[in-house]
Design a protein around this ligand. Structure first.
Ligand code: TRP
Length: 434
C-alpha cells in the first residue's frame, strides 16, 4: 500500500528532530570520556575545527540528497544511478546494526533509572555493574523493553510519533542538562574540571588524536547511515540546507560541551580519573551520586538525561530502517516497524549476552557487542560517508550549486567536497582498519 510521504509540520520540528538524532550517548557518554583520554582541551579545539570545516560537508550532502530526491536511502542512490543501490543498502544495514548494541546500553540505563527511583543503591557500583551486565535475563529483557519503547514512535508516524516525542523530550533533556551542569559548577572540583576542558596541553597533539576527534564528530552527527538523509527527505521545500546544518552542529556541540561541564567537575571533585572510559557513566558517576545526600535525585536526573538522549537517537535509527522497508518492500508503516523491531531484537540479544554467557565467543578477537560497535563506528561509518561525498561531488551534476549555492563559499565547499573531505575520510578509514 502506498502511503503519502510525510513532511515535518514546521522548521523548528525538523531542527529538534535532527538534534534529537544527533544528540545521544555519543554526546553525554562517549564525548567526555574520549576527550578525557585524549588530553582535554586540545582535543576539544581539534574537534571544533573538524566539525565546522570537514563534517559540515557530508552533513550538507545528506540533507541535500534528502531534500532533492525525497526518498529513503536506498531509492535515493538507486535514482542517482541503479548501480549505486547497494550503497543505500549498506547505509540501511549499518543503521540497523547500530541499535543492536546501542539499545543494550539503553537497557542498562533503564535499570539504573530503576535503581535510583527505588533508592536501593549498591555499595560498590563496579561490582554491581559487572554482575548486572553479565546476567542472562534482565539485561536482555530491558534491551527489548527499550527497543519497544523506541519502536512506538516510528510506528505512529512522523507527525504523531517522532515529532511529538522529540518536541517533548528534547526540551526536558535540555533543562535537566542545565540543572546538572549548574550543580556540577558548585562543586569544589569545578575549577580543575574546567581547566582540564579549556586549557590546552599542546604536547597531546598527534595523528591518533585528530583521527579520534574526526571519528567522534562523524558519529555524533549521525552521518553516513542515511539517517540525516531520511529526516531531510521530510523537509519542507523552503528549508535552507547550510543554515540548518550549522544550526544542528552548534546545538550538538553545545550539548556535548555542556555534558563535559557537567561531568568533569564531578569527576575532579571525587578524584576519579577523567580517562576512566566507558565505565564513567555506569560506575564512576553513579558511585559519586551515591556519596552525598541529594545524590539520589541528581543520579536519577543523570540517567533520565541519558534515557532521553538515547531514545531520540534510537528513534531516528529505527525510522531510517522503517522508511527503507516501506519504500522497498511496499509494506505499511506499521508492518515495517514490526519487521525492523524483530530484526533488531534478534541481534541485540546476543549483543547483550556478550557481557555474560557469550563473553568468550569472539569474532576477530572481539565480542559481539564490541564487534558491532567497532565495525559500525570505525569502518562502515567513514566508508559510507566517503562514498556519499564522492557520489554527491562527482556523480550528480551541479549538486554543490543546489546545496551550497553559487557564492564564493559555495565554491570553497565544493573543493572541500570533491578533494579534501574524501582524502581525510580515507585516512580515517585506514586508521580504523589497522
Ligand atoms: N549521533 C548519535 C549519538 O551521538 C549516535 C548515532 C550514530 C546515530 N549514528 C547514528 C543516531 C545514526 C542515529 C542514527 O549518540
Amino acid at each position: 500500500m502506498e502511503e503519502k510521504r510525510p513532511e515535518w509540520s514546521s522548521h523548528i520540528s525538523f531542527i529538534i528532530a535532527t538534534v534529537g538524532s544527533a544528540v545521544g550517548l555519543g554526546n553525554i557518554w562517549r564525548f567526555p570520556y574520549i576527550m578525557g583520554k585524549n588530553g582535554g582541551a586540545i582535543f576539544l579545539f581539534t574537534y571544533l575545527l573538524l566539525i565546522a570545516f570537514i563534517c559540515i560537508i557530508p552533513l550538507c550532502c545528506e540533507l541535500g540528497l534528502g531534500k532533492i530526491y525525497k526518498k529513503d536511502a536506498i531509492n535515493t542512490f538507486k535514482t542517482i544511478n541503479p548501480k549505486y543501490k547497494w550503497l543505500g543498502w549498506l547505509c540501511i544495514i549499518t543503521v540497523t546494526l547500530i541499535p543492536c548494541f546501542y539499545f543494550v546500553v539503553g537497557g542498562w540505563i533503564l535499570n539504573y533509572i530503576w535503581v535510583f527511583i527505588t533508592g536501593q543503591l549498591p555499595d560498590n557500583f563496579s561490582l554491581y555493574f559487572s554482575s548486572f551486565s553479565a546476567q542472562a535475563f534482565m539485561p536482555c529483557f530491558l534491551t527489548i523493553l527499550f527497543l519497544i519503547m523506541t519502536a512506538i514512535f516510528p510506528f505512529r508516524g512522523i507527525n504523531d510519533g517522532i515529532e511529538k516525542a522529540n518536541n517533548l523530550m528534547m526540551p526536558l533533556f535540555a533543562v535537566m542538562l542545565f540543572i546538572l551542569a549548574i550543580f556540577a559548577l558548585t562543586l569544589p572540583g569545578a575549577k580543575e574540571g574546567l581547566a582540564f576542558m579549556f586549557h590546552p596541553d599542546f604536547s597531546r597533539f598527534d595523528k591518533t588524536m585528530v583521527l579520534t576527534a574526526l571519528g567522534q564528530a562523524l558519529f555524533t552527527l549521525s552521518i553516513g547511515m542515511g539517517t540525516i538523509l531520511t529526516y531531510g527527505s521530510y523537509m519542507k521545500e523552503n528549508t535552507k540546507i547550510v543554515k540548518s546544518a550549522y544550526t544542528l552542529i552548534i546545538c550538538d556541540t553545545t550539548i556535548a560541551i555542556l555534558a563535559g561541564i557537567m561531568i568533569f567537575p564531578i569527576v575532579f571533585s571525587f578524584g576519579v580519573e577523567p580517562s576512566a572510559g566507558a565505565a564513567l557513566a555506569f560506575i564512576s558517576m553513579p558511585q559519586m551520586f551515591s556519596q552525598f545526600p541529594l545524590g539520589v535525585i541528581f543520579g536519577l536526573i543523570f540517567f533520565a538525561l541519558l534515557f532521553f538522549a538515547s531514545i531520540t537517537s534510537g528513534i531516528s535509527m529505527m525510522e531510517t530502517t522503517v522508511a527503507a522497508f516501506i519504500d522497498n518492500f511496499k509494506l505499511s508503516r506499521k508492518k515495517s516497524t514490526l519487521l525492523a523491531t524483530v530484526i533488531i531484537g534478534l541481534i541485540s540479544i546476543p549483543a547483550s549476552l556478550s557481557f555474560g554467557i557469550l563473553s568468550n565467543f569472539k569474532i576477530f578477537d572481539k565480542t559481539i557487542f564490541d564487534l558491532l560497535d567497532y565495525s559500525t563506528s570505525n569502518i562502515f561509518l567513514p566508508f559510507n560517508t566517503l562514498l556519499i561525498c564522492l557520489i554527491a561531488g562527482w556523480c550528480i551534476p551541479n549538486f554543490w550549486k543546489k546545496v551550497f549555492g553559487e557564492s564564493f563559499f559555495g565554491g570553497v565547499f565544493n573543493i572541500l567536497l570533491k578533494f579534501i573531505v574524501p582524502f581525510v575520510l580515507i585516512c580515517v578509514l585506514i586508521s580504523g582498519i589497522y
